[in-house]
Ligand binder design. Structure first.
Ligand SMILES: [Zn+2]
Ligand SMILES: [Zn+2]
Length: 314
């Protein structure tokens, strides 16, 4: 285990006006790329079967996104109003969710069934028996992070369809639809918490973006600052040395932790590995979550594919 504070806030940041606030991934590749990353990380991994099943799930998400039907989106006046007031226009709490997400779920379940291990077959059967009202209730609980109300085994599958619906909306609207939000640690498109953060390369070289756990929007936050409470004091970076944890080899995945609020969130570095993915690399480094848990730190944002405690998943 190692801990180093690498940067002071703003140390290598460009002036704020030059920094693209929002980054959106390529719609036609986002889930396909995640699936490829999961298959790479699965090689020789102790959780190989789980990661390969998640890869199959991501491929079905890409299919569902490619074929997503037209649904209502916020119009220009609503987007302007949200911009003026710093509100996320696709807020999970207030946006009227279109039932089209349930069609995506049906598509995803039908395709992922072919790859599902026996325990997941039973879970799929349970979801298939739920009526529309029960699915909406489950979606409400998931999006409120009210996990006590959720059959946790069903969560990744139901969440995968909600992700597709929200990613359809965020990528249809595009980067200019969203603006800085009143709450820096929630997604400026949908108000969900981040799954992880990424230090990017290319046009956003060296800049850190928080990655939405739901809609794939990434938003800028300066480095060496807690993504949960925005404190700049006592930020530490933890990793597991030796490459025993897939995905953390070469320092591409670290846990950024804050003594001020007692939380952590993983941070992935594209300069260490250009193929890192906030969701895939997070799933493949659960040993780091266990280590942080032992250090008394709790995660500040969820991975919707992992609603159980890390020790239960390993
Ligand atoms: Zn979002
Ligand atoms: Zn904090």
């Amino acid at each position: 285990m190692s801990s180093t504070t690498i940067l002071q806030p703003g140390e290598i940041e460009r002036p704020a006006g030059d920094i693209p606030y929002i980054y959106l991934p390529t719609r036609s590749a986002v889930y396909h790329d995640r699936a490829a990353r999961l298959r790479t990380l699965a090689q020789g991994h102790s959780m190989r079967d789980f990661l390969l099943f998640m890869a199959a799930l991501c491929e079905t998400q890409q299919d569902a996104l490619n074929n997503f039907p037209a649904v209502p989106l916020p119009d220009a006046s609503r987007l302007n109003q949200c911009r003026e007031h710093g509100m996320p226009p696709l807020s999970v709490q207030s946006w009227p969710r279109d039932p089209a997400w349930q069609q995506a779920l049906t598509t995803i379940l039908a395709r992922v069934k072919q790859h599902a291990p026996p325990a997941s077959q039973a879970t799929i059967a349970r979801i298939e028996k739920m009526d529309s009202a029960a699915l909406e209730k489950l979606a409400d609980a998931l999006l409120r992070s009210d996990y006590e109300q959720v059959d946790l085994a069903t969560a990744p599958l139901v969440a995968s369809a909600l992700q597709v619906y929200w990613t359809h909306m965020s990528t249809s609207l595009g980067v200019h639809a969203f603006s800085r939000n009143g709450v820096g640690n929630l997604c400026p498109a949908c108000a969900s918490p981040p799954v992880a953060s990424v230090v990017r390369i290319g046009g956003e070289q060296g800049l850190r973006y928080l990655c939405c756990s739901l809609c794939e929007t990434q938003w800028h936050m300066v480095r060496a600052k807690c993504s949960n409470c925005e404190s700049t004091k006592d930020i530490g970076y933890y990793s597991i040395k030796g490459g025993s944890v897939k995905g953390s080899f070469g320092g591409a995945v670290k846990a950024e932790s804050c003594d001020e609020c007692g939380s952590y969130l993983k941070i992935v570095y594209m300069d260490k590995d250009p193929h890192v993915d906030p969701v895939a690399d997070d799933l493949a480094t659960l040993a780091l979550d266990l280590m942080m848990d032992e250090n008394g730190k709790s995660r500040s944002g969820p991975n919707l594919f992992l609603m159980t405690a890390p020790e239960a998943a390993i």
